[in-house]
Design a protein around this ligand. Structure first.
Ligand SMILES: NC(=O)C1=CN([C@@H]2O[C@H](COP(=O)(O)OP(=O)(O)OC[C@H]3O[C@@H](n4cnc5c(N)ncnc54)[C@H](O)[C@@H]3O)[C@@H](O)[C@H]2O)C=CC1
Ligand SMILES: O=C(O)[C@@H]1CCC=N1
Length: 266
């Protein structure tokens, strides 16, 4: 696949790493206004670094847009004349709707919105995808890319904002949970490196149990909680202190913030 990533920042770099590691490219153009900070990609075969978005579009079929929301309009205006029927345009940009993209490049283009997360760098992104009417004809291409780099789900565009919080911001939320369990493990006597190892692999094990068995989390919790034991003592104390409630409220606050960001952009 001939892919261009327009705006190779935090997310763009993660996508580039995932694509390169998984041999998912024929050519890969990475653009940035100053390419110095993506020099780590120099030297890879068939990977080209450039400041020229138009050049990247001309040499690619799949265009992954990963600039900040405030930059997308200008980027789309610049590349619009170069977009042809060979291109599939995949925007990862938060809060920038498909109708708005259509007004800038045309509703006849294949337009996909994707919400991956930075775990795409290690082939473990949960990516939600939606498209415009024309894009439904190419959505399988987008799914094939994101399934190679993790797991994907097609959703209606109306759920994209929620997907941003759960999947994209979700990486940060899970990191805090892993950090907190690491801190507890240190207090309980493990050195910092061991503590993080215990926290990382235990969280990986918990997620894999659900993925493999398809169980509800409480079913797995029941298997761990010995009556009058230490697990239920800890769980109940966490809930008295508002663990679930705090996570839910945090995610709702994050969701509401996206609505405000969208209004600020109008
Ligand atoms: N960081 C994340 O985990 C996720 C970010 N997103 C979305 O992805 C987009 C990018 O986010 P980040 O990577 O975090 O931002 P970032 O600021 O790290 O990356 C954006 C990059 O675009 C470059 N850029 C700006 N104007 C450009 C232009 N005209 N041509 C080429 N490059 C240009 C900037 O130099 C920067 O490196 C945002 O819209 C964000 O909402 C979506 C999911 C996850
Ligand atoms: O924090 C943000 O606004 C962006 C969107 C999801 C991840 N980063």
């Amino acid at each position: 696949m001939k892919i261009a990533i327009i705006g190779t920042g935090n997310l763009g770099k993660s996508i580039a790493k995932g694509l390169i590691t998984n041999n998912a490219i024929t050519t890969l153009y990475l653009t940035k206004r100053n390419t110095d900070s993506i020099s780590e990609f120099e030297g890879y075969k068939n990977v080209f670094l450039t400041t020229d978005n138009v050049l990247a579009v001309q040499h690619s079929d799949i265009l992954i847009l990963a600039v900040q929301p405030s930059h997308l309009e200008k980027v789309l205006q610049d590349i619009a004349p170069m977009i042809t029927e060979k291109h599939v345009v995949i925007s990862t940009v938060t809060g920038f709707s498909i109708p708005k993209i259509e007004t800038l490049i045309g509703a006849e283009q294949f337009i996909i919105r994707a919400m991956p997360n930075t775990a795409i760098a290690v082939g473990k992104s949960m990516t939600c995808i939606c498209s415009n009417a024309q894009g439904t004809k190419r959505i399988k291409i987008a799914q094939a890319i994101f399934n190679r780099l993790g797991h994907s789900l097609i959703i209606p565009e109306s759920q994209m904002q929620a997907a941003t919080v759960v999947c994209a911001s979700g990486i940060a939320f899970w990191m805090r949970l892993i950090r907190a369990t690491t801190q507890a493990a240190i207090q309980l006597g493990f050195d910092a490196k061991e503590a993080q190892e215990l926290a990382m692999y235990t969280s990986e094990g918990a997620a894999n149990l659900l993925i493999a068995n398809g169980h509800h989390p409480e079913e797995e919790i029941d298997r761990v909680t010995t009556p009058k034991g230490c697990t239920i003592e800890g769980l109940n104390e966490m809930e008295h202190k508002g663990l679930s409630s705090s996570l839910i409220q945090g995610m709702i606050a994050s969701y509401n913030k996206i609505s405000n960001i969208k209004k600020e952009q109008l």
